[in-house]
Design a protein around this ligand. Structure first.
Ligand SMILES: *Cc1c(COP(=O)(O)O)cnc(C)c1O
Length: 386
């Protein structure tokens, strides 16, 4: 019998312990496993290649995305690097979004400069730009939606269809949504990657990643390469990640409901110049988001109306939103794109990308929404005073 996602998240891997009948599966930390006899290995021989705790979280990840198999990796970046290593050879072209995650941009840019593959960054929401780039016969197309920090949404099904017609494979970075809100494999993607550091683990205490594939053969190939280059995730991280996944659905539900309350508050706040949230009917990606997402998520960003002094007053009076990078944890975080996540970009490039110097991004947590709004109100009032 197939179960719904929330049930899978809670129950995957439970009650498998034969020694003590543990409900919660015990963690297996051993790096190595004995042979039962001469030339008689067991299912596991060495934990880089395979580890029972990692096996369990991999099964949960694959089931949540509707994939045939998953590899859990040491970070989101190693998951993305693994995909490029397996599918791109020197000369092959990778099509990536012009507003992709900064770490992905740096990885593609630096490796393409060393000849590992070629990369082209385009606005995948621009139909003509996409068709022109696909005419160059890319091997791999990376989609990332909603994007960071402006939450721009692109059409996964349409891009995958066009990419497949051009003979390319499609991988979706689903970090900002999590499988609870978006399942790219069901929309036509071949592969999904996550930074599990974010929503999947959800407690800001693990750095991990995953690659999930639609078909079993590719999953086996990915697992072979993950062991070969040594990017598989650690047992402790696997254990914590599986523990985090148990509460994925209620966390996201609360985060999203808090985000909606905050958006409603920010809409009538005079110091908010521009508000970016795909749930707003006037938002550029609203219509596509309604089609391909199960919800609008808990990430939002806004431009503060004022100068740097206003920004400083606002941030130093905001007690319930921690000034920090990353996202997806139970605690609310705020980040300033120009000096934090997008500091590596030149000011002109930021302006061209629509990232203003007063743009703030919020990752909404599961605190009480009234407290969160009161905290924002206090900070806006302090920012308005000179
Ligand atoms: C954080 C992030 C990554 C990188 O993941 P790490 O776990 O930090 O290596 C990749 N893509 C997106 C969209 C991210 O937010």
């Amino acid at each position: 019998m197939t179960h719904k996602q929330a049930t899978i998240a809670v129950r995957s891997g439970l009650n498998n312990d034969e020694q003590f009948g543990c409900v919660v599966p015990p963690i297996t930390l051993s790096s190595t496993y004995n042979f039962t006899d001469f030339n008689q290995p067991r299912a596991h021989d060495y934990s880089r290649r395979g580890n029972p705790t990692r096996d369990m979280v991999q099964r949960a990840l694959a089931e949540l995305e509707g994939g045939a198999g998953a590899v859990m990796t040491s970070s989101g970046m190693s998951a993305i690097h693994l995909v490029c290593t397996v599918f791109l050879q020197p000369g092959d072209l990778l099509l990536a979004p012009h507003d992709c995650y900064g770490g992905s941009y740096r990885l593609f840019d630096s490796l393409s400069k060393r000849g590992a593959y070629r990369v082209k960054f385009i606005d995948q929401g621009d139909e003509q730009a996409l068709q022109a780039a696909l005419a160059e016969k890319p091997k791999l197309v990376l989609i990332e939606t909603p994007s960071n920090p402006l939450l721009r949404v692109v059409d996964i099904a349409a891009i995958c269809q066009a990419a497949h017609q051009a003979g390319a494979l499609c991988v979706v970075d689903n970090t900002f949504m999590s499988p609870a809100l978006q399942q790219p494999l069901l929309l036509g993607a071949d592969l999904v990657v996550h930074s599990c550091t974010k929503y999947l683990n959800g407690h800001s205490d693990v750095v991990a990643g995953t690659v999930i594939s639609k078909d079993a053969e590719t999953a086996t190939e990915l697992a072979w390469w993950a062991n070969n280059i040594g990017v598989t995730g650690a047992a402790f991280d696997s254990y914590l990640l599986l523990r985090g996944i148990r509460t994925l659905n209620p966390r996201i539900r609360q985060q999203q409901s808090n985000a909606e309350a905050i958006v409603a508050y920010l809409q009538q706040q005079p110091l908010v110049k521009k508000l970016y949230y795909p749930g707003l009917p006037e938002n550029q990606g609203h219509e596509i988001a309604c089609r391909q997402q199960k919800g609008f998520g808990a990430m939002l960003s806004f431009e503060l109306d004022g100068d740097e002094a206003t920004l400083r007053r606002f941030l130093s009076n905001l007690d319930l939103f921690t000034l920090a990078e990353s996202l997806g944890g139970v605690e609310s975080l705020i980040s300033h794109a120009a000096t934090m996540t997008h500091a590596g970009m030149a000011a002109e490039a930021r302006a061209a990308a629509g990232i203003s110097e007063t743009l703030l991004r919020i990752s909404v947590g599961i605190e009480d929404s009234e407290d969160l709004i009161a905290s924002l109100e206090h900070a806006f009032q302090s920012a308005a005073k000179r």
